[in-house]
Write a protein that binds this ligand. Structure first.
Ligand code: GDP
Length: 296
């Protein structure tokens, strides 16, 4: 089931309340909450988050204290607010500062969309007046540098990488130093991914981090992997302590719930979402917009 189906199921549950002819009572509310909970669980949202949402809505609505004529409106608002809370950490998303060199490091598993996201990010900030450079410190995946080079050239973003240096830590340091010397405002470092969370991947990430001292670390997370997103994000959080998430492939068959759980598990905000393979298929993330869109 795709994300749109989740919206449809929640809307259906809500309409059982909004279309009710008589007064909405505790039983109607409970039935609606059960339906919403089932839909969220089916879409890979974790049990703990679903239970919390249910309790919070019941508390907010407080049906016995709410006048019958106000109940439908109060329920609708509580559902919307609690769905937003699932993806809202209430933290401000990091922004690069003008007048200095800002370094961002991207981490994530192979195939999550790191290299694609690097260029998207570069274009996004270039358009906002930041002189931006890309560093390819992915020496693990054959062709990673060529891919980044091709994307960067097409997007007219300066890049740095090496065909001969095998040590990603050395490349990362050289690239960042070079762009810093050339007074770049934003330096984006792409790192290697692996198929699974492996210790050597985490060790390498930490070493690159130590070498380039990023101002911000972004985790690139594939939205289509469902509940695995929660575990993956937690493991990376422990190793790399990333400050925000980029959710990729939100255009595809993403269930979305896994992403919601990843946010809850790491208490880390989603900064951007990837909505396609093209450079401009990239948006900033807003919890309210995301939920409004979900409910269509
Ligand atoms: P990396 O291994 O993490 O560097 O992943 P890549 O950047 O090479 O991306 C893996 C695949 O996912 C490529 O085919 C990308 O075109 C595709 N991809 C990346 N982001 C998105 C997205 O937001 N939507 C879609 N549909 N595909 C994406």
């Amino acid at each position: 089931m795709v994300l749109a189906d989740l919206g449809k199921s929640i809307n259906q549950a809500l309409s059982s309340v909004t279309r009710a002819t008589g007064d909405v009572d505790e039983d109607t509310l409970d039935a609606m909450l059960n339906e919403i909970s089932m839909a969220l669980l089916k879409h890979d949202v974790g049990l703990a988050q679903v239970a919390k949402l249910k309790t919070n809505i019941k508390k907010k609505v407080n049906i016995k204290e709410t006048l019958p004529q106000n109940r439908k409106r109060v329920i609708q608002k509580a559902v919307f607010d609690e769905l937003c809370a699932l993806v809202d950490t209430q933290q401000e998303v990091w922004k690069p500062k003008k007048g200095r060199s800002n370094v961002i490091m991207l981490v994530g598993l192979q195939g999550a969309g790191k290299t694609t996201t690097c260029t998207k990010l570069a274009v996004y900030f270039q358009r906002r007046g930041f002189k931006t450079g890309l560093v390819c410190a992915d020496t693990f995946r054959a062709g990673a540098f060529d891919q980044l080079k091709q994307n960067a050239t097409r997007a007219k973003v300066p890049f740095f990488g090496s065909y001969t240096e095998p040590d990603p830590v050395v490349i990362a340091k050289q690239g960042v130093d070079k762009f810093k010397k050339d007074m770049f405002d934003l330096i984006i470092v792409d790192t290697s991914g692996r198929h699974r969370q492996e210790q050597d991947l985490f060790d390498e990430m930490v070493q690159i981090g130590d070498a380039v001292k990023p101002d911000h670390t972004l985790m690139v997370l594939d939205a289509s992997i469902g509940q695995a997103a929660q575990l993956q994000a937690s493991a990376f959080k422990e190793a790399a302590d990333f400050g925000s998430i980029v959710l990729t492939k939100m255009d595809g068959h993403a269930k979305g719930g896994g992403a919601i759980s990843a946010v809850a598990a790491t208490q880390t905000p989603i900064a951007f979402i990837g909505t396609g393979e093209h450079i401009h298929d990239f948006e900033t993330f807003s919890p309210q917009q995301f939920i409004s869109k979900l409910l269509g």
